[in-house]
Design a protein around this ligand. Sequence first.
Ligand code: HMG
Ligand code: MG
Length: 298
Amino acid sequence: NSSKKVSIREVGPRDGLQNESTWIDTEQKIEWINHLSRTGLPYIEVSSFVHPKWIPALADAEEVLARIDRVDGVTYAALVPNEKGLERALRAGVDEVAIFMSATETHNRKNINKSIADTLPVLKNVTRIAKQEGKSVRGYLSTVFGCPYEGTTEQTKLLQTVEALMTMGIDELSLGDTIGVATPNLVEAVVREVTKLVPTEKMALHLHDTKGMAIANIACGLRTGVRKFDSSVGGLGGCPYAPGAAGNVATEDLLYLLHGLGYETDVSLNEIMKAAAYIQEKLDKPLPSHNLQSFLAK
Ligand code: HMG
Ligand code: MG
């Protein structure tokens, strides 16, 4: 893949806030997302239509989605676990539905309260209805590179799950390093295997930075042809049902890498930095992003 164009999926408002115990007011979420919409980002995952008891920080998903100022060319997506979540997301006018499951049995059960076998028909139905409604569908596969409960991820099961998701007709598959345990050689090996089932145009990497490996892993992902990456402003993020999961790779750090390597994103690093500073102030704690901290120290 010789393309120099990279597409960033901003997941801060969803993956970032879902793990925070500080409640961010709906008004502030909207202001923040409106700012993100003006940075040049093509995709923003704005919230999550999961059960509000499971993720209280995003209990205002309907209101957020209804009240943000939508910018042409930006896809506003939300996480959807089942038919009930889909109904809510469609009513709220989501552009893209993001379904999710895990490659390992225990994380899948802890996260969505079902076995993998029982999850697949639900997601298949969600995808079918979403498509009927004219929505694109993104599929997240978690614990691709390791599981907080089972340790290593079994390759055969991983590939079977990838195949099952692709057969449903999803438009994009995001491979998740949920607890940030991958190293570059593993990323390369897994991406090469998955490429046998999924063209790289439909593949994204979603790398948490728990052990500081995300940037190295992205550099490796680029080498294997991946051109879509998920990231989170400020390096926010984590999964409350994956002990030890820390933030996603920071959007600012990802941009610094991409622009430094000569890739084009159409995203303004400076505007992203301001959006990161905004949410850091609201959360009232230093965020893990390297670029944000060096920007603020100036
Ligand atoms: P459950 O308790 O098994 O649900 O939860 P249920 O189907 O048995 O229903 C129980 C009740 O919940 C019913 O209400 C349903 O209507 C209601 P009742 O009849 O008792 O009054 N209900 C809902 N209400 C609102 N919205 C819904 C919904 N669904 C059912 N969507 C469920 C199953 C999936 C809902 C629950 O386990 C859940 O919400 N889990 C979400 C966990 C989560 O959000 N985790 C973090 C996101 S994943 C992630 O971060 C990884 C990722 O970033 C990639 C990576 O890093 O690897 C994507
Ligand atoms: Mg995640």
